[in-house]
Design a binder for this molecule. Sequence first.
Ligand code: ASP
Length: 325
Amino acid sequence: MSSILRRAVLGMPLAGLAAPALAQAFPARPLTMIVPFAAGGPTDTVARLIAQEMGRDMGGSVVVENVAGAGGTLGAQRVAMARPDGYTILCHHIGMGVIPSLYRRLAYDAVNGFETIGMVTEVPMTIVGKRDLPANNLTELVALIRQRREGLNMANAGIGAASHLCGLLFQSALGVAMTTVPYRGTGPAMNDLVGGTVDLLCDQTTNTTEHIRAGTIRAYAVTTSARVASLPDLPTANEAGMAGFAVSVWHGLYAPRGTPADIVNRLSTALQHALAVPALVSRFADLGTAPVPAGQATAAYHRQFWAADIARWRPVIEAASAYAD
Ligand code: ASP
């Protein structure tokens, strides 16, 4: 999962150039942005930050609604089956690249059911544990896991969620199998980690950073090749002894298939404007991430990137027969 954002840039025409009359009329009422995970998690955090700025840019509001469950497929289904008028959009993550192979029976078309709007961000992950775990660093954690094996458990945000995949990679790197505890999103998983009812979690910096700083959870490593500026004392997994362990999570926006191009263009433009707002850029930085460059917050770049990610995951899932259904 390393180097997930490819750097090619493809342009899209700006809003208003394709069909000015329709674009000018849009939006005439609030939009709904579906988040396919529970409130309080990374996708929710990212969605709420961009929804606010996109609403401002379009002179209206974008209301976030959490439709959580089934590894992010329920929320995706809601959008794939919504009226293709631009009023219902989806903020999803790397799961969009994984779900088409992981779930063989879905009630919606996980590949052709959507128009891409643009990429949003790529977020590092962190390996974190409950506060009273008797391990001060990754080496001690690995020793503890080897010693206790099934005694330690790992929370995740559902089958196929980024935390699930990161957890599997982590366990496979160590050659152990831990009990996994699935939730409907990182929000509730994190609540239980802070409460001490689960032991470990691998999840995005957007929602682990503040807990790490507050000392309500323990942090063992960040899963990028370089340290993140917002958590300068946290070693990379590589530095901490897990050579080559690198995982990050991309987020993107989608509309139902058949949404008119000029409306998609307007949404892409609003996204690009949102990602350039200084307050949003600095909030993202504080949470260990950054907006994608404007050229990647486009439907064309996003479509190409997403297709490549689906192609990247399919052989991995098929080879492991790791199906969710
Ligand atoms: N971070 C979660 C995941 O593991 C999802 C979320 O709540 O945003 O996929």
